[in-house]
Design a protein around this ligand. Sequence first.
Ligand code: MN
Length: 251
Amino acid sequence: MNRRQAIQTLALGAAAVPLAHATGLLATTAFAQATPAPPAAATTPAGPFTLPPLPYAFDALEPHLDAETMQIHHDKHHAAYVANLNKAVAGKPELEKQTVEQLLESLDKLPADVATAVRNHGGGHYNHTLLWNSLKRDGAKAPVSDLAAAIDRGWGSFAAFQDKFNAAAMSVFGSGWAWLAWDAKTGLAIVTTPNQDTPLSAGRVPLYGVDVWEHAYYVKFRNRRADYVAEFAKVVDWDFVSNQYRHVMKG
Ligand code: MN
């Protein structure tokens, strides 16, 4: 079995995992403060946060995003964020009982020694969970209903929005993200964040974002971030993003 076949086999294994695709991540995750993750049992070293399974096979987004990158990105990078977030809250019951969203929305209230770890690893966990759920190879190719109208109002057209969004992704110096986010004061906005900083910590609700860390594209695209950003745009699931917007608008 060569390397490619091994990846395909792993991908088939992943496909057998029940779909965890949330039709409304905001409803089930971001606004889930009423049902925080249960505190870890004293005998469970893993901690309160768990790596959600990728909601599709590693090769589901081929040829746009490659299976090898998806596997490393989810199984290694995202897994490490979860493990390090668990380390950051270990032995702090008042933090262990909070959701990752609650932690990220109140970074300034955290003890200084855990704030940085939560910002980096909690941000990594939240950002990547949103990322996986916002992608689909044959999903809606353009925003629908209220979000379609809002994007037209804000940018003139979806094509004009996409140009601005991709330009924002290209403008990130070093590692970070570009987002479409909802800001209660200014409405929809394209914003960028460095590292694993999340719009949540600035009082904004991210609808979707593109990860422009080199780990997100270097295996397939090498240094060609523009090519990656263009291919990424082809697998954004606009039904999901439009649903995010609907949940935000419902408050
Ligand atoms: Mn990443």
